[in-house]
Ligand binder design. Structure first.
Ligand code: ZN
Length: 337
């Protein structure tokens, strides 16, 4: 499964060689939302396949079985009502995505019976996929005139969760469970929406969730999380996909994350790219803690059940042969914004 494809350039630089090395079909590709830094790499992948099929009459070089994406019909109204050129560009990319998917005859959201909304579930080759965000009501509200009320409504603007981007508020969060392991992939969703979705999906016990891997929302922006998010969602491996653009990940986010855990808790923070303020902040936070830090070297986290203390080894992608079974999370250098 591939969740998002990174910004322009990621397809040729990182994603294409990685998929070539893996050499197996993608059961599902999920585009969490319309922003260019998530959709561009997937467009590169699908456009490569379309060129091979349409122009050269060949089989697609990178087999993709299904595309999960909350279609433009739900997002058209807010995007067209804004004068924001970035949103307009995102809309055009979303339209291209739909065109490519039709040309390649990809199955869409059928396993979920329609748009991916909180609480829906699908089975995929031994993996249970549960949608955590967006909430169905939020998606429909976003698609209508209700947008104008967003900033003043305390129900949707919780303290500390200040991201108001329309595409981000519709971002898909997926909870994956299989072989006794769990992964929470949050796109650019907002922390309070994720907490609500975990509750709707029955994935939080007394308001708390523990996963093997948490991909932080919105590249570690402090606008999408608060201390309460990290108190409620904890992980053995925290992954931050960012390259320092917009100050992501934020120093506050790193501090909230680390300080949410007792000093003797063993966990690892993975950051996809070297960023000086991240290096310094995490080095400070590491003092007196068992926190491990991995910056800019990629990793493969094994999720297959294995006995022994090294059941979740971190290794650089270059040294990790593909085992051919379910249960790995590849952390590349694909982050942006
Ligand atoms: Zn993003």
């Amino acid at each position: 499964m591939l969740i998002d494809g990174g910004p322009a350039g990621t397809w040729e630089r990182v994603l294409r060689p990685r998929l070539n090395a893996l050499g197996r079909p993608l059961e599902a590709v999920c585009v969490t939302h319309l922003d260019a830094d998530h959709i561009a790499g997937v467009l590169g992948l699908l456009a490569t396949n379309v060129r091979a099929v349409k122009d050269d009459g060949l089989a697609p070089p990178f087999e993709v079985r299904r595309l999960w994406f909350n279609g433009l019909d739900l997002l058209r109204a807010p995007l067209l009502s804004t004068a924001d050129a970035v949103a307009a560009a995102s809309y055009a990319q979303g339209r291209d995505l739909m065109t490519h998917a039709r040309q390649l005859r990809l199955e869409g959201n059928a396993p979920f019976g329609g748009p991916l909304t909180a609480g829906k579930q699908a089975e995929l080759d031994g993996l249970t996929v549960t949608v955590v965000t967006p909430h169905e009501k939020a998606l429909h509200r976003l698609a209508g005139a209700w947008r104008a009320k967003l900033p003043e409504d305390p129900a949707v603007t919780g303290a500390g969760f200040t991201d108001q981007s329309i595409p981000n508020l519709s971002s898909i969060t997926l909870y994956l469970a299989g072989h006794g392991r769990t992964v929470l992939l949050t796109g650019d969703a907002r922390g309070d929406d994720i907490l609500e979705g975990l509750s709707i999906a029955g994935l939080s016990a007394s308001g708390k969730t523990h996963v093997d891997v948490l991909k932080l929302p919105h590249h570690g922006s402090a606008n999408n999380v608060a201390e309460e998010f990290f108190a409620a969602v904890q992980a053995d491996h925290y992954v931050i996909s960012a390259d320092g653009t917009h100050g992501h990940p934020s120093r506050d986010t790193l501090r909230w994350l680390v300080e949410s855990r007792p000093s003797d808790a063993g966990f690892t923070v993975h950051v996809t790219n070297p960023i000086s303020h991240v290096h310094d902040t995490l080095a400070d936070l590491q003092r007196g803690r068992r926190l491990e830090v991995s910056i800019g070297r990629g990793a493969v986290i094994e999720l297959a059940t294995r006995p022994g203390p090294d059941r979740l080894p971190d290794r650089t992608a270059d040294h990790a042969p593909y085992g051919g079974s379910y249960g790995r999370v590849d952390i590349g250098q694909t982050g942006a914004e």
